[in-house]
Design a protein around this ligand. Sequence first.
Ligand SMILES: *Cc1c(COP(=O)(O)O)cnc(C)c1O
Length: 417
Amino acid sequence: MGTFTENYTKMKPYNASDAIQDLQYFGEFGGVNPSISDSSTYTFLSAKTMFDTFEGNTEGCYLYSRHSSPSNLYLGEALAALEGTESANVTASGMGAITAVILQLCSSGDHLVSSRTIYGGTYAFLKNFLKRFDIAVSFVDITDPEAVAAAITDKTRMIYCESVSNPLLEVADIPTLAKLANDRGIRLVVDNTFSPLSLSPARLGAHIVVHSLTKFINGSSDAVAGAVCADSDFCLALKDVNDGAGMLLGSTLDSLRAASILKNLRTLHLRIRQHSSNAAYLAGKFREAGLRVVYPGLESHPGHQLMQRQMNPDFGFGGILTVDAGSAEKADALMEMMQRENLGYLAVSLGFYKTLFSAPGSSTSSEIPEEEQQEMGLGSGLIRFSIGLDNNIERTCERMLRCMQQLGVTSESQPAG
Ligand SMILES: *Cc1c(COP(=O)(O)O)cnc(C)c1O
């Protein structure tokens, strides 16, 4: 499985932000943004070229927008720069990316190994939906590489995990998992939705990186989209007109949305820095106040050092933290009070300019049966916070702590702020 030094000495930080900045655009009329492609289909001057394009033989020719469109290719190019991969395909949602990748790699009778703490929709797809195709899944504790290794069989096609997991914020050891996958000739697929810029899984050895663009990358909670970042061969295979899961399952992003997400991507570095520094501040203060807070940036977090070894400088430990309010009733009361006080919204999702909070046990992870939730440490009083871009986080913190004190989530004697 490789020693610590073997796995980490070759790692170099990747400056994704520079790679995005270095892209240059000259629109159709010299515009600083590429023109939006407002067509679902494309003309050919000769019938022969149309045939060749169907066969996948004509570079730069567009056929039909479910296959590709200029706007989607521009966004894909920027996301490939973000993850440092050869190529990237964009999809109509994060689930559209995840399901296409899994069905592209696994056939009936195959097996895959997955982290047991993952996004609820992905969990439901792996646990319930894949049964229809006779694809078996072993759920493991991803922080235990021995358990991952032990679960791999001759039928295993991939290891699936999240770089920082939803909602427990477990950190995956990507170089070690990549080595495990390489040794067995299988792929490591990593969902990097929680930690764009902070972590670059492909640069750490992951073969395929998936994203829900709906969250931090778009950052304005107005669009649903996803992406698959990988080598060119895999991205082309997904788009194959005969057997590509991306092409045939049809989860295509609309050009207008691709264009608006590309524009938002350009401020991702500024936003992630602010989300991270606000979350780090709150996590520290919450901990001082005696709250049960989980944040990878806290030294008390079991994955703290692992994350530090893997992460790129400058972007921090991300904008997500959790607080255990002790019971579902207290969690609900606290979230309602914080919303009344305009400290954020009681809403699922992440990466918005305002703080979003929800109780994963009864929302985004409700697909996971209750006893399994308990087993993995997902208590019913757990609140997931996606920390906003608040300019004055000290003020926000004082007001949040006041809510927590009023509801007895922290003790009265703790100083606020
Ligand atoms: C939201 C989310 C998804 C699903 O993305 P959609 O865009 O909602 O389809 C997948 N993985 C993670 C970690 C997420 O947070």
